[in-house]
Design a protein around this ligand. Structure first.
Ligand code: PLP
Length: 394
């Protein structure tokens, strides 16, 4: 009587988790300093001190019953108001609390949006490679089909011809993740404008909205003063899935939101369907203490210093050794071309040296590997000689 699909998902670990668990065992066996684990995207910088101070303040001074109690399904009004105010101030898009549904991170945000937009088993969502592997699990989990636009490996923008061929009458949404996991790329304004005009034409052709699902957990992790265009300002039919996991180093606290702007097509219905999908999956009332913290701390700047140092050492070091990688403008990943042209084999070779890097196949790019540089700087420095040995062996 067990659901076969879920049994498979629960027993087969993702390639990322597999490596991470292997790394933990190797660290116990050999000592933590002998293992160079670049597998997981777990922030390595602490949350800003204001977060802990705010938690302490709430615990000391506010009603314990209310702090730990249920909130409305969509979240505390004060938090939704603070989020809407921040969107309005930062991006010049007039947002209101009624357009915000608070979730357990971006994962729950994405699942509720996929759930809201999946009309039947013909419904399709499109991701652009390289993409976060869980999108497939989330979309298929809602009963939809998942399609992928092959990567434009020159600059990791979008292969529009390939995208155009994939869009059809069943396309409900395109997932856009910028800055991108795993490439670190920011989609340029020009890319997003072209995407917008293609989608508008396809909406006319097929007679229904095709939404952009903007997955934005890395929005605040940006280097060299680059800016990340706000997609709802470019394309009206955009739903935003946001998370505080990476920006404020709070991944274990499970807090984020869905923003369904009132100016998009069927906005009220879509918001209600997001709430309905949340209800059906039990994604109601995100952690209430964290909702209170976010109401007060949502605009704190991220702590980028360690990532900047790691990014520079790794990008420059690998480039000097002859590796090819996309210049990472954001997030905390490097997506590197395997010197032997095969990400799986290269990751296996690295594993023999206790250097743990994720094969690009999981992200839709077989020839690449992903290096998460949200680790301590000693790990980055210690890994460079191993990368030198590896490229010499290829
Ligand atoms: N989207 C992307 C691109 C991610 O990399 C992640 C987590 O690594 C998520 C969504 C899920 O984030 P959260 O921790 O907020 O659920």
């Amino acid at each position: 009587m067990i659901n076969k699909k879920n049994l498979k998902l629960g027993t087969e670990r993702s390639a990322i988790r597999e490596l991470f668990e292997y790394g933990k065992k190797q660290k116990e066996l050999l000592g933590a300093d002998k293992v160079f684990d670049f597998s997981l995207g777990n922030p390595s910088t602490p949350a800003p001190k204001e977060i802990d101070e705010t938690i302490t303040d709430i615990i000391k001074n506010e009603s314990s019953v209310l702090t730990h109690g249920y909130t409305s399904a969509a979240g505390l009004f004060e938090t939704r108001k603070a989020i809407a105010g921040s969107i309005t101030n930062r991006f010049g898009v007039k947002a209101s609390p009624e357009e915000i549904y608070i979730t357990c991170g971006a994962a729950a945000a994405l699942c509720t949006v996929f759930g809201a937009l999946t009309k039947d088993s013909d419904t399709e969502f499109i991701a652009i490679a390289p993409y976060f592997p869980e999108y497939k699990v989330f979309a298929e989990g809602q009963g939809a089909k998942f399609k992928v636009v092959p990567a434009e490996t020159k600059d990791f923008q979008i292969d529009f011809e390939a995208l155009g061929r994939l869009i059809n009458e069943n396309t409900a949404g395109i997932i856009i993740n910028s800055p991108n996991n795993p490439s670190g790329t920011i989609y340029s304004k020009e890319t997003l404008e072209e995407l917008s005009s293609i989608l508008s034409a396809k909406e006319k052709e097929f007679g229904h909205a095709i939404y952009i699902i903007a997955d934005e957990p890395y929005r605040e992790l940006v280097y060299n003063n680059k800016s990340v265009p706000y997609i709802p300002s470019i394309y009206n039919n955009t739903v935003v899935c946001y998370s505080y996991s990476k920006a404020l180093s709070l991944p274990g606290e499970r807090i984020g939101y869905v923003y369904v702007p009132s100016f998009l097509e069927n906005s009220a219905e879509l918001f209600a369907a997001v709430a309905g999908a949340g209800r059906a999956m039990g994604y109601v009332c995100a952690p209430s203490l964290m909702q209170k913290v976010i109401a007060k701390c949502l605009d704190l700047p991220p702590n980028l210093e360690d990532y900047k140092i790691n990014r520079e050492i790794l990008y420059n070091g690998l480039s000097e050794l002859g590796y090819e990688c996309a210049s990472p403008d954001g997030a905390f990943y490097l997506f590197v071309k395997a010197p032997n042209g095969d990400g799986n084999k290269f990751s296996e070779m690295a594993k023999l040296k206790n250097l743990l890097i994720v094969p690009g196949e999981s992200f839709g790019c077989k020839e690449f590997v992903r290096i998460s540089y949200c680790v301590d700087t000693e790990t980055v420095k210690g890994a460079l000689p191993l990368f030198k040995e590896l490229i010499e062996e290829c």
